[in-house]
Design a protein around this ligand. Structure first.
Ligand SMILES: Nc1ncnc2c1ncn2[C@@H]1O[C@H](COP(=O)(O)OP(=O)(O)O)[C@@H](O)[C@H]1O
Ligand SMILES: N[C@@H](CC(=O)OP(=O)(O)O)C(=O)O
Length: 379
């Protein structure tokens, strides 16, 4: 006797995220809706799909806002910049409806994710899983705009720039899914940015600690707080390419061998302060605001990684003596060791990264996590 298939509304849905790079054309919405619909049928599963706005759209909103008010209050920034992801979610939902697929959009204030009231880089404080779970019971596909949440008063908050990964992991935790699949224009974490650095290698198994470390120093692909939230909830992150058949490249979990990687983010900036004490104060202020920042030890230096922070305005608002621009940090990572060097500008950072990457991957370099990385200082 064959058993009836399990009712998909009773099982955790698959949680998948598609970054902005998945929606370079409007045709991408229809193509993705078709592929998602097929997955619902073939795997007899329900889906929660977290989507980002189209590439550059969030920044277009920022640009418009700054023309109306060059120093807008955080609440407005959160209210406006999160709209790009709302647009993306609605476009995907309507593409799914066109396929005849039942779907709904759950926006930040409906999701059950409650944050503090810091608006710009808000911290998740509480999750009520019920809104998501009941939407999953009612629809084949629930579409969630990334980066959105709400504070206790129901006001829209923003989890910060590029925070859709964090939304996806928070959603996976809420619906009890053991896995979160993150789709992008790369199929995983590489030993350096594969679009810029020749010879970048795919890292198939990466530990939470290494992924979080690379992200802290500015590697795009995965959001640092998403990795940490996944680690706390034992959720495996599977990185996949964003076109069918969505091949999986890297898995981020508790396993993962020691890797050698070089992190480049041309938007990162190091600031040099007059004294160590001023650098400490600046670090504390950035860190307290939930912005990715590293206190470099080679001097009174602070690296604000990942970009999209108005540094002069942040320092002014926080009463900090402004630091002087000290260059673009480039960081070599092996195991838990890190060495950061400063490049004069974006162009120089690219050359430095290539040199460091060639060096750590030279034949016979080995992967011993305890071998000193300090030798890199002279490269
Ligand atoms: N170590 C790395 N491994 C893979 N990709 C990286 C790395 N460092 C930087 N990147 C960049 O991250 C990009 C993917 O992140 P992102 O632009 O945020 O994608 P999405 O819009 O899909 O979320 C890649 O296109 C790649 O250029
Ligand atoms: N609106 C978000 C979308 C996002 O998180 O983008 P991505 O998933 O492409 O990094 C942003 O630009 O910050």
């Amino acid at each position: 006797m064959t058993r009836p298939p399990l009712d998909p509304s009773q099982r955790p849905p698959a949680v998948v995220k598609f970054g902005g790079s998945s929606f370079r054309t409007l045709a991408a919405y229809g193509q993705l809706a078709e592929a998602l619909s097929r997955r619902v049928e073939e795997e007899n599963t329900r889906l929660v799909v977290v989507v980002s706005g189209r590439p550059g759209e969030t920044e277009q909103f920022r640009d418009r806002l700054s023309k109306v008010n060059p120093h807008p209050e955080d609440e407005t920034v959160a209210g406006l910049l999160t709209l790009a992801d709302t647009v993306g979610a609605q476009l995907l939902a309507t593409a799914l409806h066109r396929q005849g697929r039942s779907s709904t959009v759950l926006a930040g204030h409906q999701l059950g994710l409650t944050t503090d009231s810091s608006f710009m880089w808000a911290r998740l404080e509480h999750t009520d899983p019920e809104p998501l779970r009941s939407a999953v019971r009612a629809h084949d596909v629930v579409v969630v705009p990334g980066g959105q949440a709400a504070d206790k008063e129901g006001r829209p908050t923003w989890l910060g720039k590029n925070s859709s990964d964090l939304s996806a992991v928070a959603v996976a935790a809420a619906v009890g899914s053991p896995r979160c699949e993150i789709h992008s224009d790369v199929d995983g974490i590489y030993s350096s940015d594969p679009h810029l650095i020749t010879g970048s290698r795919l890292l198939s198994e990466v530990s939470y600690n290494t992924a979080a470390l690379m992200s802290l120093y500015g590697a795009k692909v995965l959001h640092r707080r998403a990795v940490r939230l996944a680690q706390r909830n034992r959720i495996e992150i599977v990185c996949r390419y964003n076109r069918p058949p969505f091949p999986a490249g890297s898995v981020i979990g508790s396993a993962g061998s020691s890797v050698a990687a070089v992190v480049l983010n041309q938007r990162s900036a190091a600031l040099r302060y007059e004294t160590e004490e001023l650098a400490d104060r600046a670090y504390t202020a950035f860190h307290g605001a939930n912005i990715d920042v590293v206190r470099l030890t080679a001097g009174p230096l602070v690296a604000v990684t990942g970009g999209f922070v108005d540094l002069p305005e942040f320092q002014r608002r926080n009463g900090l003596t402004p630091g002087e621009y000290a260059g673009v940090p480039v960081t070599a990572v092996r195991g838990s060791q890190v060495v950061t060097q400063l490049a004069a500008d974006e162009e120089d950072a690219l050359h430095l990264t290539q040199r460091l990457h060639d060096h750590v991957n030279r034949p016979g370099a080995g992967t011993d996590p305890n071998a000193p990385l300090l030798e890199l200082q002279g490269v």
